[in-house]
Design a binder for this molecule. Structure first.
Ligand SMILES: Cc1cc2nc3c(=O)[nH]c(=O)nc-3n(C[C@H](O)[C@H](O)[C@H](O)COP(=O)(O)O)c2cc1C
Length: 172
């Protein structure tokens, strides 16, 4: 698939078939995430792969009862590892770069899933501490985005966007 077809075709998918994601596809998605740029190439983030039924339900509960999360065969949880960035960039690394590192890795994973014919949705609304409990991440490894992935059971219409003219500001 051409890149512009990929970004045109991607939709947030919140309904999934009860069909597992092939291991090879998951591996490709994780490899794609790992190609994402990061501040200083320090990759100040961690990825947790959640596939157990109970853990998926607990994630859904931690995400304010967004129960579709439990319906996806797996969810990737992208966490900041801010100490890695803070070591080199101080506060800016801790508060900003680690979040950006995790976010762009999540975006790469999302687009890779699309190319592989899988659906996904970025989930940002959740209680970080509860998610940390589910994934068992140590202190300092903070979840910032979740990505349930699976075979789509829906084909939503594209969502409207602001016009480019509205959001782009030209400076000379
Ligand atoms: C930072 C962020 C947080 C989001 N959080 C949620 C969420 O908690 N639950 C959800 O269902 N969708 C969530 N979304 C998905 C958006 O609702 C979705 O991207 C938007 O409505 C546009 O639709 P589209 O992705 O199909 O183009 C989030 C997206 C982003 C980028």
């Amino acid at each position: 698939m051409q890149f512009f077809d990929v970004i045109q075709q991607r939709r947030s998918i919140r309904s999934f078939l009860q069909r597992p994601v092939a291991e090879e596809k998951l591996r490709c998605i994780l490899e794609a995430a790992n190609t994402a740029p990061s501040a200083g190439n320090f990759q100040s983030y961690e990825i947790y792969v959640v596939s157990g039924k109970r853990a998926r339900l607990d994630l859904a509960r931690a995400a304010h009862e967004q129960l579709f999360i439990a319906g996806a065969p797996l969810t990737l949880v992208f966490c900041t590892h801010s100490a890695r960035s803070a070591e080199h960039y101080g506060k800016r690394g801790e508060k900003l770069y680690s979040v950006q590192d995790a976010a762009i890795a999540c975006a790469f994973a999302m687009l890779a899933a699309t190319v592989l014919g899988l659906g996904s949705v970025w989930v940002g609304s959740f209680e970080s501490d509860q998610v940390r409990e589910v994934i068992g991440s140590p202190p300092g490894i903070v979840p910032v985005a979740m990505l349930p992935i699976g075979h789509s059971a829906e084909r939503p219409d594209p969502q409207e966007r602001r016009g480019v003219k509205d959001l782009v500001h030209w400076v000379q």
